[in-house]
Design a protein around this ligand. Structure first.
Ligand code: ADP
Length: 456
């Protein structure tokens, strides 16, 4: 086992890894940018090293500076967290070539999964159903146009290198296709430095279902069941839960087994997530992408399975075998996560960074609060707006929703606008409580009435 790990990330996920290291008796080394200097969570690591200026390019995305910090601190491994360099195959390769184990999959797997078009080819090989669409990137306008007609409108144009809900464009009819295609290519080039796009049928009213995977370096791949991340705004997740309230048991098994098959096809190791869209009407599911890293919403799975996914990531990277069998991974009760962002839900989720003048954190049975914030914490403007994740666990979905309402009522973050009021109203919403909604329901039906609604 490693005796010292560097965490190439910040905020709540850096703290999450620090906590796992502490419990495993591993020393943790945090890195920070000028914007995070003095942040309270850094004191919980055994050592912290400044790696540069506030812009990510000067710090959390700066490979030479991170490697230099790893050398200075004499660590054996690097945990990339999520975002930043976590899915950058060059970073994984450089870490390993400099003698630091990268706590994640092989750089080859990251590379193959990083392009969604490549991942779909792998899925097809593994006999996992994909959303009908082009067989890979379409670089020719005329070809794209005729293919779109064949697929049938509405069509989705997606950036092959896209991520974070960005780089997607819905085209409703043939007339609008060419302009949309050109814009999508230009946007893909500007955002991802890769203009490659592909086409998919735009599914009506899908659910987002994803499968958590754990795989060791000895060929054992296990699934840790699914998470339902259908509550989205602009293709970005706001609430995640497990189990899915709508997927029947036989389909759940099929989806999870498909994810395992896909991972085996690429000799995947470490933690990963296989994402699908699910049509509750036909009970069909379609692969969309793999996230070759730990995800924001991993604690949902930890609550229902009792596993510690970060500790498993570290053990797997150290070469240990998964000591679990698939039948050991049981589901227990229901878990929900609400992402608490410093965004104003009354102002179209406008970011509202600032100082958290005072805060009260919820507690009691079945509540988990993963956050690096403390009273007096200044939320930097340079990074994403998530300030914490509030999770609950209970026997049933109804009880979990009541528990989440209760915990949200206790949670106070003063001095900044947050998504807490949004989540409170959501927990009381009838459609949400029924479990029947889709990935565009929030924007289509919930948000238009949000401002006029008061808590019961
Ligand atoms: P990203 O990597 O940017 O997160 P994904 O491919 O994972 O992109 O898709 C994110 C979300 O976009 C999905 O959860 C879903 O809501 C929507 N989406 C993606 N592909 C389709 C599709 N073919 N039809 C309908 N919605 C889609």
């Amino acid at each position: 086992m490693f005796n010292r790990i560097l965490i190439a990330n910040r905020g709540e996920i850096a703290l999450r890894v620090i906590r796992a290291c502490r419990e495993m008796g591993i020393e943790s080394v945090a890195v920070y940018s000028e914007a995070d200097r003095g942040a309270a969570y850094l004191a919980l690591a055994d050592r912290s090293i400044c790696i540069g200026g506030a812009p990510s390019a000067e710090s959390y995305l700066n490979i030479p500076r991170i490697i230099a910090a790893a050398e200075v601190a004499d660590v054996q491994a690097i945990h990339p967290g999520y975002g930043f360099l976590s899915e950058n195959p060059e970073f994984a390769e450089i870490c390993r070539s400099c003698g630091f184990e990268f706590i994640g999959p092989s750089h080859d797997s990251i590379r193959r999964m990083g392009l969604k078009t490549e991942a779909k080819i792998v899925a097809t090989k593994a006999k996992v159903p994909c959303v009908p669409g082009s067989d890979g990137p379409v670089d020719d306008e005329a070809e794209a146009q005729s293919l779109a007609k064949k697929i049938g409108f509405p069509v989705l144009i997606k950036a092959a290198a896209g991520g974070g809900g960005k780089g997607m464009r819905v085209v409703r009819d043939e007339a609008g296709f060419l302009t949309a295609y050109r814009t999508a290519k230009a946007e893909a080039e500007a955002s991802f430095r890769n203009s490659s796009v592909y086409l998919e049928r735009y599914l009506d009213n899908p659910r987002h279902i994803e499968v958590q995977l754990l795989a060791d370096q000895h060929g054992h791949v296990l699934h840790c069941w699914e998470r339902d991340c259908t509550v989205q705004r602009r293709h970005q997740k706001l609430v995640e839960e497990s189990p899915s309230p709508v997927v029947p048991e036989n389909v759940r098994l099929k989806i999870c087994e498909s994810a395992v098959r896909l991972a085996k096809t690429v000799n995947y190791h470490n933690a990963g997530t296989c994402e699908f869209l699910y049509d509750p009407k036909t009970q069909e599911f379609f692969f969309i992408e793999v996230n070759a890293r730990i995800q924001v919403e991993h604690p949902v799975t930890e609550l229902v399975t009792g596993l510690d996914l970060i500790k498993w990531q570290i053990r797997i990277a150290a070469g240990e075998k998964l000591t679990l069998k698939q039948s050991d991974i049981k589901r227990n009760g229901h878990a929900i996560e609400c992402r608490i962002n410093c965004e104003d839900p009354n102002e179209n989720f406008r970011p509202s960074p600032g100082v958290i003048s005072n805060m009260v954190v919820p507690g009691g049975p079945g509540v988990r609060w993963d956050s690096h914030t403390v009273p007096g914490y200044r939320v930097p403007t340079n990074y994403d707006s998530m300030v914490g994740k509030l999770l609950v666990h209970a026997d049933t979905r109804d009880e979990a929703i009541s528990r989440m309402s209760r915990a949200l009522r206790e949670l106070r973050l003063e001095g900044i606008a947050t998504t807490i009021p949004f989540h409170q109203i959501l927990m009381e919403d009838e459609a949400f409580r029924s479990g029947h909604f889709d990935t565009t329901w929030l924007e289509r039906e919930f948000m238009p009435t949000f401002k006029d609604r008061r808590l019961k």
